[in-house]
Design a protein around this ligand. Structure first.
Ligand code: GDG
Length: 521
């Protein structure tokens, strides 16, 4: 069994005093991937993402458990459970699997999660499929998750459930008599009421959200939308307060709803981008684009990321401002995602057709307008691209947060890059002062933003990038965990040391599970 985690020898122990409250994290995917190597051989690979990096120390120190789907279909849940148990000691906390069969993956994961809620919560009603069998499977799988949670908790444990796949878990936990306080964080946006109300199971989903003790949103926009739906769909709810955390009292009890913008491990990105290997790769990349500026896009293949709209804007910029021809090259990295949902395949075809058309129209000897790659980059490559990009275009049609924008800033070591950012990304609320904000549907505005970024004086670029880097540094992923936990303490969800209080973590930060790639859980 191969394992690529690095557990810091003796790094984290000071917390292990009075282990009365364990942290139980529940997400659709476990932070490891279990892969069948054939002939009865299995491999457990650790993953993945800033969330794991931030939560691993808390889980290790308090004695925690992470519950989720290991990402493959297998009837032998005992086998996977045994395999993961062997892993517990190495990783420092327990991993408990929820096994899904083919039908559940089809109807719960691809279906209700990714073909109903995902598009609807991103305001894309036309992409949403409302099929009764999707909702049935969502309920069944959420119940299954609740059963696994119930069999892995003690009365005082703090349960923290993540994201849109698992909203209903609370309903089943309560039905099963679980009295623990339970928090929930929605990583994607919450839509405006007129969009949300199209969901046939809108009341069941809303009631489930209201049954949590604490619900976290990425931005004030999302919480405002949620509160409006509560006002419009529920009978006379009492809503109190207006700060970071507000109270909602309804027939389901008392809920706190907070705004907790997720972030990245800034210091880690910043220092990894300065490593010799990344510096070397970025200087090789730079030499491949002599006397040209580079404009970069890095996105999962997803219709929410606004990739065709971005390509349209780039084409418009080349048409309106011909001086950019030969001077500005776009690199578009498209990371494969949800390939078995046919809308994603259609989107890939559309993107590739547009790139071919733009390249056909504008390519000149020795200069290609768009370099396109359809693959997942390894982390160092990704950082080299961030580091070399003169301009980064992050233009989703809607996004809960968008970590790529923050990662670009953290990796912009020279401090002179320009971020063009969609006003509909959650990130915009925090980065509006240093970024050029655009409406991704406005082709002309985006084309002008590209032109403005291309010509921006170095002094202005530096001032803006400094603001961006300061901002991302000031509230990193560890602050995000702390702010959620602080809100949790304030309503009696047990007591946990904050990461900020935990001195050894400063060194431990480098030593927690390393990030390979991330994305939606
Ligand atoms: C959801 C919400 C919210 C991308 N390409 C590669 C790669 N990545 C990594 C990036 C970044 C992550 O994937 C993408 O995160 P985003 O936040 O941009 O977007 P979603 O996947 O849609 O995430 C989003 C997020 O949850 C967290 O709450 O911000 O709004 O939709 O970390 O670095 N990583 C590697 N190679 C790639 O090619 N290694």
């Amino acid at each position: 069994m191969k394992q690529n985690t690095m557990t810091p020898a003796g790094a984290i122990h000071a917390w292990n005093v009075g282990k009365q409250h364990k942290m139980v994290i529940v997400s659709n995917r476990l932070p490891v991937v279990v892969q069948d190597k054939g002939e009865g051989q299995w491999e457990v690979k650790s993953g993945s993402g800033g969330l794991v990096t931030a939560l691993a120390p808390v889980l290790r120190d308090r004695g925690g458990t992470w519950i989720g789907w290991p990402g493959h279909v297998d009837k032998d849940s005992q086998g996977v459970d045994d395999l993961l148990r062997k892993h517990d000691e190495e990783i420092g906390y327990s991993l408990r699997p929820v096994m899904l069969d083919d039908e559940e993956v089809e109807n719960y994961y691809k279906g209700f999660s990714n073909e109903t809620l995902w598009p609807l919560f991103h305001d894309l009603i036309d992409h949403s499929q409302f099929k009764p069998e999707y909702w049935d499977a969502y309920q069944r799988v959420n119940r299954k998750f609740a059963e696994v949670v119930k069999s892995n908790i003690e009365p005082e444990d703090f349960i923290w459930i993540h994201d849109y796949h698992l909203i209903s878990v609370i309903s089943y936990l309560r039905e099963m008599g679980v009295k623990n306080k339970v928090g929930f964080f929605l990583h994607i946006p919450f839509p405006p009421t007129d969009i949300y109300s199209r969901l046939p199971s809108r009341l069941e989903v809303l009631n489930a959200m209201l049954a949590y003790d604490l619900v976290g949103f990425q931005s004030a926009r999302d919480r405002r939308n949620f509160v409006q739906s509560v006002r419009s769909l529920k009978d006379k709810p009492k809503i109190k307060g207006k700060g970071q955390v507000i109270g909602i009292q309804g027939e389901m009890g008392k809920l706190k709803a907070g705004v907790f913008p997720i972030s990245i491990d800034y210091k880690e990105f910043n220092s990894a981008a300065q490593s010799a290997e990344v510096a070397q790769s970025s200087s090789v990349l730079r030499q491949l684009f002599p006397n040209q500026k580079i404009i970069l896009g890095v996105d999962r293949l997803d219709y929410t990321k606004g990739i065709p709209e971005r390509l349209r804007s780039f084409r418009e910029a080349l048409r309106r401002f011909p001086e950019l021809i030969g001077q500005l090259s776009m690199i578009q990295i498209l990371v494969p995602s949800r390939r078995d949902i046919h809308k994603y395949e259609d989107l890939k075809i559309e993107i590739e057709r547009m790139i071919a058309e733009i390249n056909g129209e504008f390519t000149r000897p020795g200069w290609l307008p768009i370099e396109y790659q359809f693959r997942s980059l390894d982390r160092k490559e990704l950082l080299a691209y961030y580091r070399v990009a003169d301009i980064m275009m992050v233009t989703p049609l809607k996004d809960g947060m968008n970590l790529v924008a923050k990662e670009y800033c953290a990796c912009n070591i020279e401090g002179n890059g320009v971020l063009i950012l969609s006003e509909f990304a959650g990130t915009a609320a925090q980065l509006k002062l240093g970024a050029i904000l655009v409406n991704p549907h406005d082709t002309v505005e985006c084309a002008e933003a590209i032109f403005m970024a291309f010509h921006m004086e170095e002094k202005d670029r530096k001032i803006k990038m400094q603001k961006l880097r300061r901002n991302v540094n000031r509230s990193d992923i560890f602050d995000w965990v702390d702010s959620f936990l602080k809100a949790a303490f304030s309503i009696g969800l047990g007591s946990f040391p904050l990461l900020a209080d935990y001195r050894p973590l400063k060194e431990g930060r480098e030593a927690v599970i390393r990030v390979e790639s991330t994305g939606t859980l």
